[in-house]
Design a protein around this ligand. Structure first.
Ligand code: ZN
Length: 279
């Protein structure tokens, strides 16, 4: 194994586990035991390379993948009651209402959406570290929170699909943060992960700074379902995973594409979401 390969495993120990998961049938037991040993080694070396720091602010903490007390108390987990469709928390007693005005005024193509936390400063910092600072190890704890927030969606889903990056952006970043979350989430939920079910055929402008209308226009025609993947999603309940729900333009466009290709339904699970009431 080349030194660069080992370094890649140290940075992303899940990579090796994924290759074992995907090619389980073709691996003989001796190769698997070497793989398991390397994985353990990777984690150990990983601890040496990265001391455990808070996922939110970077101060030293007791264990990997955790957050410090201050960040924990500032994180705003989304609790029930929330809109049954959009997953937005109700800011006050809605008198038994189950669906928000937003869901009634502009029904989304997806069945339901849920997120683990509100997209505030701490959540933004965690997502930034995952996305731009090579902290793919954070995906483990983020996916754990998402499994808890999305338990109802997971129970009614048959497969997991992630929002893809365009090839050029993937080559620059070397990993897709949504795929990192989706892969771990699928494994924890015992659902099949379909990494090739959704493709990105258009290199869209970054959504940051665009109006809601411009975001929708920017995402038009951005996704496609490759012919080879259609049989995997036809008639199935798909759980679509992304890192952040902002205006919903991205996951709505992806949901439209999946439904057009024959998916039975789409539910959306993100780590964080911007809330109109709490943003
Ligand atoms: Zn912190």
């Amino acid at each position: 194994m080349a030194l660069s390969d080992l370094y890649s495993l140290v940075r992303q120990p899940d990579l090796l586990q994924t290759s074992v998961d995907m090619d389980m049938s073709s691996f003989n037991s001796s190769v698997m035991s070497i793989g398991a040993g390397l994985r353990r080694g990777g984690v150990m070396i990983g601890h040496w390379v990265y001391p455990p720091v808070c996922a939110g602010c970077g101060v030293l903490v007791g264990e990997h993948g955790g957050v410090c007390g201050t960040c924990w108390s500032n994180l705003r987990q989304i609790e029930r009651p929330c809109c049954d469709v959009m997953g937005t928390p109700f800011s006050h007693d809605m008198g038994g209402a189950l669906v928000s005005a937003e869901a009634i005024a502009d029904p989304p193509p997806f069945r339901r959406a849920r997120a683990a936390v509100l997209y505030d400063d701490v959540a933004r910092s965690i997502v930034h570290r995952l996305k731009y600072k090579d902290r793919t190890d954070l995906a483990t704890i983020m996916a754990r929170w998402m499994v808890r927030a999305g338990d109802e969606l997971i129970a009614e889903s048959e497969c997991v699909v992630s929002v893809p990056l365009h090839r050029r952006r993937f080559m620059a970043r070397r990993y897709n943060q949504s795929a990192e979350l989706a892969r771990i989430l699928a494994r924890r939920s015992a659902l099949p992960y379909l990494p090739g079910a959704l493709g990105r055929r258009k290199s869209t402008r970054p959504q940051v700074g665009l109006t809601a209308k411009a975001r929708v226009e920017n995402m038009r025609g951005a996704f496609s379902v490759p012919q080879t993947a259609q049989s995997d999603i036809i008639g199935r309940s798909v759980l679509l995973v992304d890192d952040v729900y902002t205006t919903g333009a991205t996951v709505k466009a992806a949901s439209h594409t999946l439904l057009k290709a024959g998916a039975g339904s789409v539910s959306v699970l993100t780590f964080a979401r911007v809330s109109p009431d709490f943003g």
